[in-house]
Write a protein that binds this ligand. Sequence first.
Ligand code: NAI
Length: 345
Amino acid sequence: MIKIAFYDTKAYDKPSFEHYGQQHDIQYRFLETKLNEDTVELARDCDAVCVFVNDTVNKAVIDRLYELGVKLIALRSAGYNNVDVHAAFGKIHVVHVPAYSPYAVAEHAMALLLTSVRRIHKAYNRTREFNFSLNGLTGFDLHGKTVGVVGTGKIGRIFIDICRGFGMNVIAYDLFPAEGSGITYVGLDELFRQSDIISLHCPLTDETRHMIGKDAIESMKKGVIIINTSRGALIDTEELLEGIKARKVGAACLDVYEEEADIFFEDRSGHILNDELLSRLISMPNVIVTSHQAFLTEEALNNIAETTVNNILSYFNNDGICDNELCYRCGNVEKCRQGRKERCF
Ligand code: NAI
């Protein structure tokens, strides 16, 4: 029996994880709380912890998990910026779900863009009140517009295909351009200057934190639309708000927010929101915020559960070897493991 402390459990997690877990010898300890230094003790007696994007897996948490005898940190997400892989190396193995449905995220990015450009959010509210006026709902054609895609990995490339289907002109920036992909790569500064729409699909790293800040926004076209379905801290939110107030940024479509950890995923409708920046953003007519839901499709949830369970089984039943292990050693956390096909430490 493999015992898993399952942190930050949401109602939508249980059916798929129970389904795949029942087929194997896995016992979950479902916990609603997030993992952090105060809650790490709840993993006592467990073989592994299963965590999501807003759990805190820093050095202190990792050290305590190690002392408790926990062997594996199983992320049920693709992004792993919340895990200190440096600190984990040599102590606890870390696995993630590299791809569960890149379509879910790319399609959500386009849904946000279309909603914003065609004012669907406004129209929906109006017609529910039998207000059939079209005043203020004028949008613009996406056809012929230039979209700048930052990060041309799994999600970025699908988003590019979707944009091409709309007849948009696509330019892209990636630290590691995909050769022979037919994608038109430009420098980041040029992408900012040329794009009518900018969509972020790169990971959050020290290098990409606040990549959209004051200078970047100043260099953009007036009326630019910024879409972020990646990680909140790619954008300096205060500067984004300034850009919106100055009418430089035409619209923002945000599925993620840099201070989302204590806000998103919960019903806070009965409470006063103690986040001035987010309140101000949400109050803007040209800002659409969704609560980190880009991944939330049935296909993605099934894939997340199936891959996470397989990662766990692979680790415990396959001599510690798991293709989806994140290893710090080679400096390339994803590729090193796959190249060597042996235990990471
Ligand atoms: P991926 O690993 O397939 O692609 C990421 C791309 O970003 C790679 O091509 C990489 O070379 C590039 N990149 C790395 N550093 C860069 C830099 N400094 N500048 C520009 N490009 C850089 O990842 P995938 O699956 O496409 O996911 C992208 C991001 O989407 C994830 O890191 C995650 O943060 C986010 N995500 C958000 C979800 C949501 O529900 N909102 C769900 C899943 C992922």
